[in-house]
Design a protein around this ligand. Structure first.
Ligand SMILES: [Mg+2]
Length: 363
């Protein structure tokens, strides 16, 4: 196929207030910002995004847009390499990789559309649908709100749910007991976002296990690889220790895996330099024989996770689910607890609802 020249990308920023105040073990927020990239080539329109700071949009506009304009839309690996070269002096973690991610995700959407394929068919499917876990259970919720949200997911057919812990360690066992009461025998996960000391985390791993918790995410901050390794060694056998959401590059994920720090690796294509980066993370998981789960942004992850062999489930994060339904037509909802990509829709299958989105546009 002849080269298809990329036009100058367009960048937009949307800030969407949460429906209720949200907090986890170490952070509280009342709005979430999505940085959207739209790129045209060969008469097709690609879109991709990251959940990131507005500064990410400035970096795309001022630096990455010039790098990608005029490149061949079919050669994503070459465009990705050019973007990484351009951010060398800025450092890979953080805003720089989120900026590359938003552009890279748009490039994958665009290439699939140029070939008139769903993204899943461009990547090559290993499964038709990916199970999700409902994720929310914020520490800012009352017990009633917590029980209603988690119980609602179970009622809708979702087979796994996750709640936040770590804001008030004295109350966490009672909150988990409330959640267990609401979800019956459903698989129950907790995420501490790095809030606990090692000793707290060791003690709580036992208490949570007695309530049937089978996933303990970031019991320690994710940079404490020794601490995560300790938890992985000492936690009850039915409990997975997990981390990886702050991974921006392959070296980070390799270090985490080589330290025997996690039972399941998490990764986020809106942070780790896009779907191109996520493909590399999946290869690392295979090399270490460990499973992969996606973090946040279900509308970006559903199709790649159906194409990546180590993937076991996708996070169905309340905040992002809401935003993706508000801003896009075609954002999937789970059926029988899984996201099943519509392979008749080209690319990511998303169309921006321009009028609705304009309400949230940041100026
Ligand atoms: Mg987390």
């Amino acid at each position: 196929m002849d080269a298809v020249k990329l036009q100058m990308p367009k960048v937009s920023v949307y800030t969407v207030p949460t429906d209720l105040p949200e907090s986890d073990g170490t952070l509280a927020w009342e709005s979430t910002t999505l940085v959207l990239v739209e790129i045209d080539a060969g008469g097709k329109h690609g879109l991709g995004y990251s959940y990131a700071d507005g500064a990410t949009a400035v970096l795309i506009r001022d630096t990455l847009a010039k790098v990608v304009t005029g490149c061949n839309a079919l050669d994503i690996a070459a465009v990705w390499a050019a973007m990484l070269a351009a951010i060398r002096n800025l450092g890979r973690p953080g805003i720089a990789s989120m900026a590359v991610a938003a552009v890279d995700n748009a490039l994958w959407d665009l290439k699939a559309k140029l070939l008139d394929l769903s993204l899943l068919d461009l990547l090559g499917a290993v499964r038709e649908a990916i199970p999700v876990y409902g994720s929310g259970g914020f520490t800012s919720y009352t017990d009633k709100q917590l029980a209603e949200q988690l119980g609602g997911w179970v009622e809708s057919g979702i087979g796994m749910v996750k709640m936040k812990v770590g804001r008030s360690p004295d109350r966490d066992v009672a909150r988990v007991r409330t959640a267990r009461g609401a979800v019956g025998g459903t698989r129950l996960f907790v995420d501490a976002n790095g809030a606990y000391t090692r000793k707290q985390a060791l003690a709580l791993a036992q208490s949570f296990a007695e309530l049937g918790v089978s996933w303990f995410e970031e019991p320690r901050p994710s940079h404490d690889l020794d601490g995560l390794h300790l938890l992985r060694d000492r936690a009850p056998p039915d409990m997975d220790i997990t981390a990886g959401e702050y991974g921006y590059d392959s070296a980070y994920f390799r270090r985490m895996l080589a330290a025997d720090a996690v039972d399941v690796l998490q990764a986020d294509a809106t942070r780790c330099a896009g779907i191109s980066g996520l493909l590399g993370v999946a290869a690392l998981c295979e090399a270490f024989d460990l499973p992969l789960s996606s973090h946040c942004a279900p509308a970006i992850h559903a199709q790649p996770l159906c194409a990546l062999r180590p993937a076991i489930h996708a996070e169905y994060f309340h905040d992002h689910v809401r935003i993706e339904q508000l801003l896009f037509d075609g954002a999937l909802l789970p059926v029988d607890g899984a996201l099943r990509p519509d392979r008749t829709r080209p690319g990511l299958g998303l169309i921006l609802k321009e009028q609705d989105a304009a309400r949230y546009a940041a100026h």
